[in-house]
Design a binder for this molecule. Structure first.
Ligand code: NAD
Length: 471
């Protein structure tokens, strides 16, 4: 009897709270302080495995609700600003305004469950379905250059596919990754999702990534980063998706709209201070239009270095003895780099350009800073040949500015890149001002290309004989 009175009292208390528009305690999500961030990698993986077992039995509609919850959490103005600002502050890479665009893009244009189209075959022997099914727990390694964008993009795709994900971020993006993982898990819990759909370890490190790669509970590895980590996951003995380095070339021929080409190239090259793996990294321009192209680039915020000894000083400043980029210059602005060379410019300067021969280090190395070498060539066929060489078989991204359909087709065919952009800035290839969905994991080496939910799924067949064909 006492119990009944207590229950009635609680009900009255709740009803009164509801009348006052307060959220009754019993309906609030349970306080889970770690929100997906665990002390050890094993704990993060075990929690992920438990969550995936629950997710497996959720309805597609529920998964879509979780995807929508991730989108809404990221698109909340204060959250979007917070993660974009923190990413720049912590990594010291890129530009806040462009991180806002990229994070928004990842939240808005990553496909959800609609990406998982079922194939059906019917005939005299009945019905066969081929469906995209989850792998289970995915281990995803993320780069410093797109730390939050990759977590948002991968989380949406992987959860839409029915997977859970354990992230191994770059140690230099630890804080912002933790904040985002917590933010997303909180939003997911509020949307009724199982705990820990997204997890990570408190202290990301190479050792922890190695633990993740070795843990048998992790069924699929996805590496977004440079050659070393891609090679590592591909030699793990597990199914792995590798989204590796690029060195995107641009070809400009004599038929191009040179003024537009110059504006597009500078816009793409300076986007997030040139860190996107798709961003313009070197230009091959036909001699007859090269001077005018450079002139137009200067009208669009390019600073030209003509003195070769200054170009040498620039190279010595921003590269290591081995010839790779100095980490301290990756993702820095053109103004900052010029300042270190003793040249002061205003904020209108977005890119440093300099004419060099095709074998120059600035052309051949992926530097990820707004320095754009220009190689003058005799004709468009030579430009295409040199562009192909400079891309080093990454088959990642390339751009061409031309109105010659035949040459555009020739370059697209020869380059074999996952993304080929015609007459636009590189970022049109990931959905900024271009059609199509976005991705921040462009898997050239393993062939998934522009990854989305289906890339992180297994195709499974379900057969029903002698029925359900209604033709
Ligand atoms: P990075 O290779 O230094 O690091 C990427 C991730 O791999 C980080 O989490 C890092 O901690 C980890 N890692 C690297 N080497 C490792 C090793 N030996 N063992 C274990 N973990 C290791 O790259 P970055 O500087 O963070 O990112 C830039 C690179 O990523 C560029 O080469 C860029 O082209 C590439 N990238 C590719 C894509 C794509 O979609 N293809 C997207 C973004 C970046």
């Amino acid at each position: 009897m006492d119990m009944d009175i207590k229950v009635i009292e609680q009900m009255i208390e709740q009803a009164l709270k509801e009348l006052k528009n307060e959220q009754p305690k019993a309906f609030a999500p349970a306080p889970v302080e770690h929100y997906g961030v665990f002390k050890t990698m094993d704990e993060a993986i075990s929690a992920s495995e438990k969550a995936q077992k629950e997710l497996l039995f959720s309805k597609i509609q529920q998964r879509q609700k979780y995807v929508d919850a991730i989108r809404a959490a990221v698109l909340k103005k204060e959250n979007l600003e917070l993660i974009s600002r923190l990413a720049v502050e912590e990594t010291e890479i890129g530009c806040y305004e462009h991180k806002l665009i990229k994070n928004r893009l990842a939240a808005e244009k990553t496909p959800g469950t609609e990406d998982l189209a079922t194939e059906a075959v019917t005939g005299d022997h009945g019905l066969t379905l081929v469906e995209y099914c989850p792998f289970g727990v995915i281990g995803a390694i993320t780069p410093t250059t797109n730390p939050t964008e990759t977590i948002i993009n991968n989380s949406i795709s992987m959860i839409a596919g029915g997977n859970t994900v354990v992230f191994s971020p770059h140690p230099r993006a630890k804080k912002v990754s933790q904040m985002l993982v917590k933010m997303l898990n909180k939003a997911l819990l509020e949307a009724g999702a199982p705990e820990n759909l997204i997890t990570m370890v408190e202290e990301p490190s190479i050792e922890n990534t190695n633990h993740m790669i070795e843990n048998p509970k992790v069924r699929l590895l996805v590496a977004t980063g440079g050659p070393s980590i891609v090679k590592k996951v591909l030699s793990s003995g597990k199914k792995a998706i590798g989204a590796g380095a690029g060195n995107p070339p641009v070809v400009v021929d004599s038929t191009a709209d040179i003024e537009k080409a110059a504006a597009d190239i500078i816009a793409g090259c300076s986007f997030d201070n040139n860190v996107p793996c798709i961003a313009e990294k070197e230009v091959f321009a036909v001699d007859s239009i090269c001077d005018y192209l450079i002139h137009c680039m200067k009208l669009n915020g390019a600073f030209e270095i003509t003195d070769q000894s200054l170009t040498q000083k620039l190279v010595a400043l921003v590269t290591t003895e081995k010839g790779g980029p100095k980490t301290s210059f990756v993702g820095k602005s053109a103004k900052y780099i010029l300042n270190q060379l003793g040249i002061s410019v205003d904020d209108s300067i977005r890119v440093i350009i300099t004419e060099v021969p095709k074998d120059h280090l600035l052309v051949q190395e992926e530097l990820m800073m707004p320095i754009l070498p220009i190689v003058r060539v005799d004709d468009v066929d030579t430009a295409i040949e040199y562009a192909h060489e400079a891309e080093h078989g990454n088959r990642h991204t390339a751009m061409m500015h031309s109105r010659d359909v035949e040459k555009l087709s020739k370059m697209a065919k020869i380059m074999e890149t996952t993304i080929f952009v015609k007459n636009a800035p590189s970022y049109a290839g990931i959905g900024v001002g271009g059609e199509g969905h976005t991705t921040f994991t462009i898997a050239g080496p393993t062939g998934e290309g522009l990854t989305s939910a289906r890339s992180f799924c297994r195709k499974r067949k379900c057969v029903m004989t002698d029925a359900f064909s209604i033709r």
